[in-house]
Write a protein that binds this ligand. Sequence first.
Ligand SMILES: [Zn+2]
Length: 512
Amino acid sequence: MKYTLTTPLYYVNDKPHIGSAYTTIACDAQARYKRLKGHKVIFITGVDEHGQKIQRTAEQKKIEPIEHCNNISQLYLKLWDKWDISNDVFIRTSSQEHINIVNDFFNRVFSSGDIYMGHQKGWYCVGCEEYKDIDEHAIESTCPIHKQKLEWRDEENLFFRLSKYQNEIEQLVNKEDFIYPISRKNEIINFVNSGLKDFSISRVNVKWGIPVKGYKDHTFYVWFDALLGYISSICKLNSNYSLDNLIDNGWPADVHVIGKDILRFHAVYWPAMLMSANLEIPKKVIGHGFLTKDNLKMGKSLGNIIDPDKLVKDYGIDSVRWYLLKDFKFGSDGDFQFRRFVDIVNNDLANTIGNLLNRTTSMSRKWFEGNIPEAINSDTHILQIKVVDTLKVYNSSFSIFDFSRALDSVIELATFANVYLNEQAPWKQIKLNSNKQLVANDIYSILETCRIIAIMINPVVPKLSIKILNQLNFNSTDINLTECCYWGLLQSNAKLPTPEPIMNKLEFIDDN
Ligand SMILES: [Zn+2]
């Protein structure tokens, strides 16, 4: 079964920030999860490179726009490498395959009769690359988001007939599972109900864009161009690409994961463009929340930006991925707090999972000649029952991007196993020879629980997961989330390596 998911294509006006990293690990975790479930995954990410803002940034730096884009793209690629991102494609909208797709797509939309030349005037924010709904008689005005002066524009642009798709888009946004979360869905429904207006898809005098063939001085509006990056990504994977064979190659996307600020483009404009071009529309759009730090919006002026490079250098990638996905409810806004981060990682990974594994492998080595003991158990072990229950909660939560609930269920299982171990106190029982089999059953069951925990956390903390499986002498190549989660796969009498802590406790670094 195929599963195609995308991050947004990040705008290259500046180096990558923690918000983009957050979106990307969420997609990465989902991509890894689906792969472990046996899906053929296409995980798309990349960068959006055109537009006036990039042109001006490059001008300020006295370099060519493409040089600026090359530099920033490199930073993204390096960061995704450090963040263990397993994307299948990294698309750049300045690439030739993308430019070809934009031209082909435009021709389709044009043939549908959905393009016309119109006149557009109004107040424009270069930061948003968007006209703002502000009275044309205003003498001057500022963008509420960028706090910068709006520019008065009065030009001939090509328009896309969005209004023609009013009914189809109304139906789409009201569908049960197209937009998630619900709070954001209602905003979009209100927007659509207020009446869709045609929007301009070209700009004159913006040189850093894809030229519109047949329209001198017109380049494509950056959003029209950028959204098509998802499709050129699919084409990039196949040498024999065209808009005609997209379906065979992984389109439509099963989900677009984006920040809540660009939901309108993805849930309204984009589906209408696809309908016009007679292409399949994505199945779902998730608009997640923003990160704050200590309850303050992160920004240069406050000097409280979390540098994603430094974060990983200081604390390690597994810790960061764990915290962001476990503590933040995906969809809502999340608040990054360094003390909380350190506490959660130490509690969950070092204390709860790490100690369970370490204690049990040590006992096993000590009492069973360095090996995994053999379980002879006529009844289903209580831990096996707990594992089966946990897997249900874990799977149903993970598949709907509820990472925090999925990981909570794993930690609950590990806590349960720790409590069980303390209550059984095998260090007392082992003194009586007649209890040796009982101890063997328990130790085996706890090790088996650790093994399944390792597989469950694999999509979120892949490196840590492999460390645990190695400690259990379990082959970590070709693991999956179905057969590998059956009970009883640990090899009895297999040698256990010398136990090592899987995770050193984090120290709080007081320079954040
Ligand atoms: Zn703006």
